[in-house]
Write a protein that binds this ligand. Structure first.
Ligand code: BF8
Length: 635
C-alpha cells in the first residue's frame, strides 16, 4: 500500500530505508493481520479472569466470563477510550489553569497576561467580577474557577454551560448527561466501566456522552487560557512541510501539545546570546524553530513558526538528518523517535515528569523558571548541531505557503470589515444564498491505515468545489497546509464560484491583500472549540440550535482516544460527524446502531462511518442538503 501522498514524507521514508531504519509503516506491516476481536471491540481485559473474546460466529462464546455480552463489552471499551481522551485534554487544561494562577500570584516572571481583553471577556462569561478589579485579581478569579472545574461540583461545568446554546443545555439536561467535574467524570467513567458495574449499553453510551462533554469543557478551557496567556491568534503567513528545515541553522522541533512549553522556547530562541551561540557553533542562519502536531499549530498560529510535519509522519523530520533537537511535552509523541535518534545525532528532549522516553534527554520543565529551562533546551540543541553529519543531511526541497491563525475572534474581525454593526450577517447571508453551501470542520489525525493525507486531499477538493467552507484544526491542518490548501492561491484552483467570491470579498475587505485561504486554520485539537464558538454564535443569532445548521465535521484519518472524545462531543453538539476509520465498535449491533442512527433523534448529530472519501463527501453533502431544505434555504 502507498504510505503517504506527501512527497516530503516519501523522501524521508526512502532515507529510512537507506539508513536501515524502520518507520511507523514498517511496524504497522509487521503487525498485520491485526486482531479482529480488538478491531471490532470484542475483546475485554478489564479483569484478571480474562482476557475474554466474543465470537462473531453464533457457535462461539457470546459472553465473557462475567457474563458481559458484545454490547456491554463494546460500550465499556468506548467509554474508556473517551475517558482517556478527556483525561488528556483535562490534564492539558489543568496545567494551563495552574500556570495562570501562578501568574496571578506573581510566582512566575516568565509568563504574563497577553490578551487582557480576552481575560475580561472570559471572566465576564464565567461570572468573575471585572469592574474595579486589577488584571491580576481577574486572572486569579478565572484560574480558581478553572481549577474548580476539575472536581465534582453541585453545578454544571461552567466551561460547557456558558459556551453552548440553550437548546443544547436543555437536551443534555433531559438526557442527564451534563457533567459536573472534568476529573470526576473521567473517574466516574472508569468506575462504571470496570468489572461488574454498568452493564446497560445504552446507559454506558449516555455516560460516554457525558464524559465527552467534559472533554469539550476541557478543550474550551485550554483554548481560553492559552489565548489569555499568549494572545488570541490572528492571520499570519507561514509555510509547511519538511522543506522548512534549514541546512545552515540549528533546527529545533517543537512537538506535543501545550503552548506553555513551546511558547517559552519561541521566546528564548529570540535571545541574541543564543543566536550568537548558534552561529559560533557553525550555524550561519542561527536557530530555526519548526512545529510538529498540535503544539506546532499553537506556535504556528501565534508566531508564524512553520509546520514541519504532523502525527503519523513525525519520524520523517528526524530522517532528514538535519534535525538537531526535538523537544516534547505530552501526547501523540511516538516512543519510536528515540530509536531513530539513536542512529542519528538528534537529541530527543522530554520535559514532563509524566512523559519520559527511555533513551531521551530529560530536562524537566518548571513554570517558575520556564525561560531558564527553555534556554537550557535550546543550548542542548546547539550542542547536538555540532555532532550533525553533513553527509547525512537530506532536506526535501518541498514546502507550501500558508496563511493561518483564524480564531473565532479573527473570523469575526474579518467579517466586521464588511459589516461592523452585524459581523455575522455577511456569513449568514452567504449561507442563505448558497454561496456557502455549508461548513465542514476537518479535525483529527493522520493514520498509518490510510495513505497519509489521501482522504483529506480527496475530500477538500470535492467539498470546496461544491462551495463548502472548510475549517481545520489539529493534524488536519497539517495535512492541508502541507499540500498548499491553506494558501489564498488555492482558492482559484479549487473553490466553487460562490465560495470563491465570498473568500475574495472577505479577504480583500479585511486587508489581507487577496482572498482568505481555502481552508481556515483554527488551531490545535483543543481549538475545535473555536469552531464550536462560531457555530454557537450563528445559532444564537438565528434563534435556533446547532443541530439545524448546515454544519458538519469530519475526521477522515483519526487515530487517538482524544479524537474519539472530540468526535463524540461533536455529535452531541448536533453535528453529522464523519470518521474515515472504523472505530472498534462494530462488534456490537446496538452500539453501532445508536451511534450511527438513533442518536440523531436524541441529539441531532450522528456518526457517519465511511472509509471511502468520495462516499463520505456524498454523505456529508446530503446532510448539509437536508439541513438546508429544513431551513428553507436555496439548494
Ligand atoms: O491532539 S490530531 S495525532 S497531534 S490527537 Fe494527535 Fe490526532 Fe494529531 Fe494533536 Ni489531535
Amino acid at each position: 500500500m502507498e504510505r503517504s501522498m506527501d512527497r516530503g514524507t516519501n523522501l524521508a521514508i526512502e532515507n529510512a530505508k537507506a539508513l536501515g531504519l524502520s518507520t511507523v509503516w514498517d511496524r504497522y506491516e509487521a503487525q498485520l493481520p491485526q486482531c479482529g476481536f480488538g478491531e471490532t471491540g470484542l475483546c475485554c481485559r478489564n479483569c484478571m479472569q480474562g482476557p475474554c473474546r466474543i465470537s462473531p460466529f453464533e457457535d462461539g462464546p457470546q459472553r465473557g466470563v462475567c457474563g458481559a455480552d458484545a454490547d456491554v463489552m463494546v460500550a465499556r471499551g468506548l467509554m474508556r477510550a473517551v475517558a482517556a481522551g478527556t483525561a488528556s485534554h483535562g490534564g492539558h487544561a489543568k496545567h494551563m489553569a495552574h500556570t495562570l494562577l501562578m501568574v496571578a500570584k506573581g510566582q512566575t516572571g516568565d509568563y504574563r497576561i497577553t490578551d487582557t481583553e480576552k481575560l475580561k471577556a472570559v471572566a465576564e462569561r464565567i461570572g468573575v467580577e471585572v469592574n474595579g478589579a486589577s488584571i491580576e485579581d481577574i486572572a486569579r478569579g478565572v484560574a480558581l474557577k478553572a481549577l474548580e472545574e476539575f472536581s465534582e461540583k453541585d453545578s454544571p461545568l461552567i466551561w460547557a454551560g456558558t459556551t453552548i446554546t440553550q437548546g443544547r443545555i436543555e437536551r443534555f439536561s433531559k438526557l442527564g448527561v451534563i457533567p459536573t467535574g472534568i476529573d470526576s467524570v473521567v473517574s466516574e467513567s472508569m468506575h462504571r466501566s470496570t468489572y461488574g458495574v454498568d452493564a446497560d449499553p445504552v446507559n454506558l453510551l449516555l455516560g460516554t456522552i457525558k464524559c465527552a462533554l467534559a472533554d469539550y469543557a476541557s478543550c474550551h478551557l485550554a483554548t481560553d487560557l492559552a489565548d489569555i496567556l499568549f494572545g488570541t491568534p490572528s492571520p499570519v503567513k507561514t509555510a509547511a512541510n519538511l522543506g522548512v528545515l534549514k541546512t545552515e541553522a540549528v533546527n529545533i522541533a517543537l512537538h506535543g501539545h501545550n503552548p506553555l512549553l513551546s511558547e517559552m522556547i519561541v521566546q528564548a530562541a529570540g535571545s541574541d546570546d543564543l543566536k550568537i551561540m548558534a552561529r559560533e557553533a557553525g550555524a550561519s542562519e542561527g536557530i530555526n524553530l519548526v512545529g510538529v502536531c498540535c503544539t506546532g499549530n499553537e506556535v504556528m498560529m501565534r508566531h508564524g513558526i512553520p509546520m514541519a510535519t504532523s502525527s503519523v509522519s513525525q519520524e520523517s523530520i528526524l530522517l532528514t538528518g538535519a534535525l538537531d533537537a526535538i523537544v516534547v511535552d505530552y501526547q501523540c509523541i511516538m516512543p519510536a523517535l528515540s530509536s531513530i535518534a539513536e542512529c542519528l545525532h538528534t537529541e530527543i528532549i522530554t520535559t514532563m515528569p509524566i512523559a519520559k522516553i527511555s533513551g531521551a534527554m530529560h530536562i524537566e520543565f518548571d513554570e517558575a523558571h520556564a525561560l531558564e529551562k527553555a534556554r537550557e533546551i535550546i543550548k542542548a540543541g546547539i550542542e547536538a548541531f555540532k555532532k550533525r553529519d553533513p553527509s547525512r543531511v537530506k532536506i526535501p526541497d518541498i514546502s507550501s505557503p500558508a496563511v493561518v491563525g483564524f480564531s473565532a475572534e479573527a473570523i469575526i474581525n474579518a467579517l466586521s470589515t464588511i459589516n461592523s454593526e452585524d459581523p455575522l450577517k455577511p456569513l449568514i447571508d452567504n449561507i442563505v444564498e448558497g454561496n456557502i453551501y455549508g461548513v465542514c470542520l476537518f479535525a483529527g489525525c493522520n493514520t498509518v491505515k490510510i495513505p497519509q493525507d489521501r482522504n483529506y486531499i480527496a475530500m477538500i477538493k470535492e467539498l470546496a468545489k461544491r462551495n463548502v467552507l472548510i475549517l481545520a484544526t489539529g493534524c488536519a491542518s497539517g495535512a492541508f497546509a502541507r499540500h498548499g490548501f491553506m494558501s489564498p492561491e488555492a482558492v482559484d484552483g479549487y473553490a466553487g464560484e460562490g465560495l470563491k467570491t465570498i473568500l475574495k470579498a472577505i479577504g480583500e475587505s479585511a486587508g489581507l491583500g487577496g482572498p482568505l485561504p481555502l481552508v481556515l486554520h483554527m488551531g490545535s485539537c483543543v481549538d475545535n472549540t473555536r469552531a464550536a464558538d462560531v457555530a454557537v454564535a450563528i445559532a444564537n443569532k438565528l434563534g435556533t440550535d446547532i443541530d439545524r445548521l448546515p454544519v458538519v465535521a469530519s475526521a477522515p484519518e483519526p487515530v487517538t482516544e482524544k479524537a474519539l472524545a472530540i468526535g463524540t462531543w461533536a455529535v452531541a453538539a448536533g453535528l453529522p460527524t464523519h470518521v474515515g476509520v472504523v472505530p472498534p465498535v462494530t462488534g456490537s449491533r446496538t452500539v453501532t446502531e445508536v451511534l450511527t442512527s438513533s442518536v440523531k433523534e436524541l441529539l441531532g448529530g450522528w456518526f457517519i462511518v465511511e472509509p471511502d472519501p468520495m462516499k463520505a463527501v456524498e454523505a456529508l453533502y446530503q446532510a448539509l442538503t437536508e439541513r438546508r431544505k429544513a431551513l428553507g434555504l436555496k439548494l
